[in-house]
Design a binder for this molecule. Structure first.
Ligand code: ZN
Length: 97
């Protein structure tokens, strides 16, 4: 498999992750909790790609820029090796206790 040849690198220590020793994924979602779901801008993957892009562009064009900024949904995904996963879960928000 091409992915295995290239390898996956730990986002914290930069080492190549050996899947036999443990490969962990951190997924972080950040969104406005009080935002009604119908106000969020979603990309519907099950619909026709071009039509969906056009629909989103129209939706964005008709939305106030500040309002749009507030409702931007952020998604992060990081690969971690086993050693870094152990450290990470002690303090997921990066705070030292
Ligand atoms: Zn690591």
């Amino acid at each position: 498999m091409a992915d295995e040849e290239k390898g996956v690198f730990c986002r914290l220590c930069g080492r190549r992750i050996d899947p036999t020793r443990g490969h962990y994924v951190v997924r972080i979602e950040v969104f406005a909790a009080d935002d009604p779901p119908e106000k969020r801008v979603y990309f519907n993957q099950s619909k026709n790609f071009k039509e969906e892009i056009n629909r989103l562009l129209e939706e964005i064009a008709s939305t106030n820029p500040q309002e749009l900024e507030d409702q931007v949904y952020k998604f992060f995904k990081f690969d971690l090796c086993r050693l870094c996963q152990r450290e990470y879960i002690k303090s997921p928000l990066g705070r030292r206790s």
